[in-house]
Design a protein around this ligand. Structure first.
Ligand SMILES: [Zn+2]
Ligand SMILES: [Zn+2]
Length: 357
């Protein structure tokens, strides 16, 4: 008997190219919140759908977090952004199309896109495993368009697979607040037991859960008198919460500063023990007042944390899943990006602001 192929069953389901089929479903335009000039509010615009280059993917955005860094860009505290710019660097979305040479992700994959959008791989920093300092780096929502839009393109090797539990707005704050918090936390060293956190916002509320899992003691310093933020910190396991002007109740092994007030640096140095470190997690800070050498003496360390590496992202996303980090978000529609930024600026938020598309 001869087996004739059944004409009603496709022998090779791949034969009809799923990309072509999907492309029929993609719109030609998208909505985006655009910064045309620094110092001005974002403007809602209809733009052509971006086209992924060979090594990029096109991502339909589910949600994008709103970060202090977005304010620093809008307020010209960070210079030379791409203009016009779509800000936003805490993206969770679905891959809907891949570039001709892209093979790491498939349409349908859920990915997270962070601040670090591209590194060259050949500069002296890339060559010594410090790609966070790459001389030719591109940053999402700063020197490349970001996530305050319905779609974006990103280099495939800077997109990270996301645990399905975070395939929604709750995952967005992990992509910057979580990552930078985690990198700052690593800089405090594994022996730091009592850790002070200065500025209890999006980064701190994630980090408190990770540090709690590691059985560290968190001391939360908020704006003076911000009892709501102090209660929030205690809910998340902080052993103590007070104002940033208060002295620490115990001598601390390390401190992480997420607030932008430079005067917190000498304050934190006074709170830490010999050999301890103060880590500044912010991309921008006001000037640090001069301080006596005494408070740095005895091998105290003062350092900043800049950007992230892809290794940080992979490590942290695994840690977040293991710890079952839960984020607290305040959600806004895409068109409400300016309101979200205003609320963040005024300190009216607990946890993280997230735009939901
Ligand atoms: Zn950020
Ligand atoms: Zn480089």
């Amino acid at each position: 008997m001869i087996n004739l192929p059944n004409p009603f069953v496709r022998a090779d389901p791949e034969r009809i190219d799923p990309v072509d089929y999907k492309e029929l479903l993609l719109p030609k335009t998208m909505r985006a919140m655009v910064m045309e000039k620094q110092g001005e509010p974002l403007v809602c615009k209809g733009l052509p759908l971006p086209v992924p280059s060979e090594h990029q993917v096109l991502v339909k955005i589910i949600a994008c977090g709103v970060c202090r860094t977005d304010l620093h860009i809008m307020d010209s505290e960070l210079q030379h952004p791409k203009l016009p710019l779509i800000p936003g660097h805490e993206i969770i979305g679905t891959v809907v199309k891949v570039g001709a040479e892209a093979s790491m992700h498939q349409p349908g994959d859920i990915v997270g896109i962070p601040w670090l959008g591209y590194t060259c791989g050949y500069c002296r920093y890339c060559l010594k495993d410090q790609e966070n300092l790459c001389e030719n780096a591109l940053f999402t929502g700063y020197t490349m368009d970001g996530g305050f839009a319905e779609y974006t393109v990103a280099f495939e090797n800077f997109c990270f697979k996301i645990d399905p539990v975070y395939a929604n707005p709750s995952g967005a704050p992990l992509m910057c607040a979580g990552l930078i918090g985690y990198r700052s936390y690593k800089m405090t060293g594994q022996h730091a037991q009592r850790i002070g956190i200065y500025g209890f916002g999006a980064a701190a509320h994630i980090l408190a859960q990770v540090a709690g899992y590691d059985e560290k003691e968190i001391y939360a310093f908020t704006r003076d008198g911000d009892v709501k933020a102090q209660a929030f910190a205690k809910e998340l396991g902080a052993v103590w919460a007070g104002g940033s002007g208060d002295s620490a109740p115990e001598i601390l092994d390390a401190a992480i500063i997420f607030a932008s007030a430079g005067e917190l640096v000498p304050k934190a140095l006074k709170d830490i023990d010999k050999g301890g470190s103060v880590v500044c997690g912010r991309i921008h800070m006001s000037d640090i007042p001069s301080f006596p050498y005494d408070i740095l003496w005895e091998e105290r360390t003062l350092r900043s944390v800049a950007n992230l590496t892809r290794k940080d992202a992979t490590e942290f996303l695994a840690v977040a899943s293991k710890v079952k980090v839960k984020t607290k978000t305040t959600q806004y529609a895409l068109e409400e990006a300016n309101e979200a930024l205003d609320d963040l600026r005024a300190g009216r938020l607990q946890g993280a602001a997230v735009l939901v598309m």
